[in-house]
Design a binder for this molecule. Sequence first.
Ligand SMILES: Cc1cc2nc3c(=O)[nH]c(=O)nc-3n(C[C@H](O)[C@H](O)[C@H](O)COP(=O)(O)OP(=O)(O)OC[C@H]3O[C@@H](n4cnc5c(N)ncnc54)[C@H](O)[C@@H]3O)c2cc1C
Length: 438
Amino acid sequence: MKESRYADVVIAGGGASGLAAAIELGMKAPHLSVLVIEKMPEAGRKIRATGSGRCNISNTGAAGYSRIMKFFREIGLVTKAYDNGLVYPYSESAADVAELLFERALSLGVNFAFGEEVMSVKTVPADLVADPLPGSSNVFVINSVFKDRDGLENITTHASFLIMAMGGKAGPTFGTIGDGYRIARNLGHSVVTPVPALTGIECEEWEKDCSPCAVMLGGTRSAGVVSLYKDASHNFGEDTKIFEEAGEIQFTKYGLSGICVFNMTRHMRYDRRGGESLDDFMVRVDLFPDGDIREFIRDSRTGAFSGEPIGELLCTVLKGPLAEYIIRRSAEGDAEAFASRPVSSLSDEEAERIAANIHTLSFRPDQIRGWNDAQVTMGGVSMDEIKEATSESLLIDGMYITGELADRDFQCGGYNLSNAWITGLAAADSIAAKLQAD
Ligand SMILES: Cc1cc2nc3c(=O)[nH]c(=O)nc-3n(C[C@H](O)[C@H](O)[C@H](O)COP(=O)(O)OP(=O)(O)OC[C@H]3O[C@@H](n4cnc5c(N)ncnc54)[C@H](O)[C@@H]3O)c2cc1C
């Protein structure tokens, strides 16, 4: 069966940016019929998973922060900003945020079609249609499919405005598998190749399950500084450092993780066609960023514990598994024999090797974790083709591209949701303004 319907505005995707746009339209232009088409059975599935269930909703340093806070005040969401700039809902419940957004949209008269997947979009000049809504020179013909136990239903929706809010490819279990890219491409937009970001990295040193990294370090967390180097000639000198951040480094069963590592992955894009590869990157970890460990190691050779085994030298400086790993990695030859020698027997060269490993422990990335682990997509619809202030397509009048679908991604800390809210609000405000002007 084929159903046909009309809405003044269709929002494809009921995630963060789609919900913000829907509510704003409901408040600013209550006379419009607004339909959100969402392929999942409910709105805001991904929002529920954000901030480990707490929803890091914004950041005091995010672009448009005061506008975003005004919106949340208007819809009755109380937030709390912490000293580090991170903003959470006061309840610290991501599910509450998703629920509140959906309820507000419903109460403002927004319609939802759940379990319905947008498959394709075409445009028809508005002057070919009877009674077009003023403000857009196009009418959008949106084809979608509703699936249930009884089979498939094809639905065609005509709309005067379209907000493409289908997200990127990160977190596919929340409905985002990159549909928006195909649809945008078919409408003439260019898409910067999407790659996963804000995710962990797998390193060569973990290659085998029985490698010391996997066995000793898996599950260990440590404060430190991670640095990223990029150099096609693989020299990785100080001048090739492209990123550095302090934070908690998580050594997992596959490699490195933690917020500072997540942020680092945003700098690991490489041009495969241009001959670049992940081999051109090197990660270094400083496990003692507050000073120089050299003095401590040298002094230990003559101090009260000079007779202790080298294997125990670092037990007050680093977590046990890390201390053991550094000693092993600093040994040349039989690691066990090295670890059991007295600290007093350390040569200058050996002491220097241990210090260097603590300050510049190097890892070779061989894979960036995939879409299932990534929090955002790097890449998307080219920003050269989107009007930044309104989120409107520069190619198609009346079409808007919001949130992660566009080629815009940010570090951890509430910036990506901020981008979703602010671009959704901008699209809605632009539509409301166009209608007022006409
Ligand atoms: C686990 C996790 C935790 C995160 N935590 C944070 C955090 O704490 N703070 C932060 O700032 N950012 C966080 N992010 C990132 C943030 O959630 C996203 O950047 C943001 O949700 C993007 O909003 P969006 O509207 O562009 O897309 P989404 O919120 O992803 O919504 C897109 C919607 O479109 C629907 N859709 C897709 N294709 C179709 C189709 N063909 N037809 C109909 N519907 C479709 C999807 O089902 C989805 O509901 C996190 C991401 C993940 C995966």
